[in-house]
Write a protein that binds this ligand. Structure first.
Ligand code: FAD
Length: 376
């Protein structure tokens, strides 16, 4: 079944396209060199109504449905503009605050997030614990009406720019997963510091950082959700995060197919176009088939998600299968560009670099297969 796009979605897509042309495209190569995008771009995205699009209007969001998030990913990622961490801010962090936050937290944070004035991050991973989140060591100790947080996080998207971070901490280290809580930490708090902006093999314009917490004091009112409920909260929000990876993967595969068709029809060797060789036609036929199957599965997942029926195992299938297919498809397409495919001025080269992490983050593909296997 096709996604239920209405005229307001078509208009929204037009406005995202205008924004991308004016505010992202002219700057992205420079942001890749600098390893981070500008705060100004966040504010412009806020002014254009492109942040928190499916958060209710009473909290400053766009009050629209999940299709606006799909459109945002499609319009940015079809150009491989992976620098702006808007998706993490709007579609990962904001839902935690909307679903778990107190009235005060929602009013304080969501409108400013929608305006792009507050940039957010979520910090689960630590140097010693990624997949195995139960063994995180960042500790939040209760002291009167404050939590005192000590520990270290790594690989945190938006880490250099974030003003507020959702931090997964142990409030009761003896209680295992049941001792994990989520706590909002403002970057202005004494004891909070950022490490270096990590150098990555792809997504070069996106800032990814270590974060340090040295006896950071926050009021207990900064607890997000239930004390000890952090692990459960993470598990309930992760399916949407995994679906976002699937949407990105299919968007990139569809774009890669378009670029490769254009390129191979134009480029000549041995007196014919590259597209005339049977090998090229068969490769492109395979890619077209795979992308068509992928899109059908993805759209079904999106529809299920919009009906609140996307279960954890299906979201895991969506994440691992589409991200692995993406790497394979992008590699096949890159090969058809010859040496030009290895040059970063061609989007296929940047798509190749960026795709690799899709198999690692949002839960590694091995962990996704564990989740699927457990559901059998
Ligand atoms: C660019 C980037 C951005 C990121 N952004 C964020 C962010 O914003 N916030 C955040 O909290 N984290 C973020 N991460 C971290 C990411 O989620 C973790 O890297 C990921 O979950 C894997 O954890 P790890 O790196 O510790 O690998 P490990 O957990 O050490 O895994 C190493 C290998 O072992 C495999 N493995 C682990 N457990 C099992 C198992 N049970 N069965 C089979 N194989 C297993 C893994 O699949 C992997 O192949 C980001 C990472 C990157 C690279």
């Amino acid at each position: 079944m096709a996604l239920p796009y209405a005229s307001e979605h078509v208009q929204f897509r037009e406005s995202v396209r205008r924004f991308v042309d004016k505010e992202i495209a002219p700057h992205h190569a420079r942001w890749e060199e600098e390893g981070v995008i500008s705060r100004e771009a966040w504010r412009r995205a806020g002014e254009a109504g492109l942040l928190l699009t499916n958060i209710p209007a009473e909290y400053g969001g766009g009050g629209a449905d999940f299709l606006t998030s799909v459109i945002m990913i499609e319009e940015m990622m079809c150009h491989v503009f992976s620098g702006p961490g808007f998706r993490l801010h709007s579609d990962i962090v904001a839902p935690y605050i909307l679903h778990l936050g107190t009235g005060e937290q929602k009013k304080r944070l969501l409108p400013a997030m929608a305006r792009g004035e507050i940039i957010t991050a979520i910090a689960m991973t630590e140097p010693g614990a990624g997949s195995d989140l139960q063994s995180i060591r960042t500790r939040a100790r209760r002291d009167g009406d404050e939590f005192v947080i000590s520990g270290q996080k790594t690989f945190i998207t938006n880490g250099q720019l974030a003003d507020v971070v959702i931090v997964a901490c142990k409030t009761d280290p003896a209680a295992g997963a049941k001792g994990t809580s989520l706590i909002l930490v403002e970057a202005s708090r004494p004891g909070f510091s950022r490490g270096r902006n990590l150098e990555k093999i792809g997504m070069k314009a996106q800032d990814t950082s270590e974060l340090f917490f040295d006896e950071v004091r926050v009021p207990v009112a900064n607890l997000l959700g239930r004390e000890g409920g952090g692990f459960g909260h993470l598990m309930s929000e992760l399916p949407q995060e995994r679906l976002l990876v699937g949407i990105t993967a299919v968007t990139v595969m569809e774009a890669a197919l378009r670029w490769t068709l254009d390129y191979t029809r134009d480029r000549k060797a041995f007196g014919r176009t590259i597209a005339d060789f049977q090998n090229t036609r068969f490769k492109l036929a395979e890619v077209k088939t795979e992308v068509t199957v992928a899109r059908t599965f993805l759209d079904d997942c999106i529809l299920k998600h919009m009906r609140r029926e996307l279960d954890v195992a299906t979201a895991a299938m969506c994440k691992w299968w589409l991200s692995e297919l993406e790497c394979r498809v992008v590699d096949t397409c890159l090969q058809l560009f010859g040496g030009y495919g290895y040059m970063r001025e061609y989007p296929i080269a940047r798509a190749y670099e960026d795709a690799r992490v899709h198999r690692i983050y949002a839960g590694s593909n091995e962990v996704m297969k564990e989740i699927v296997a457990r559901s059998l």
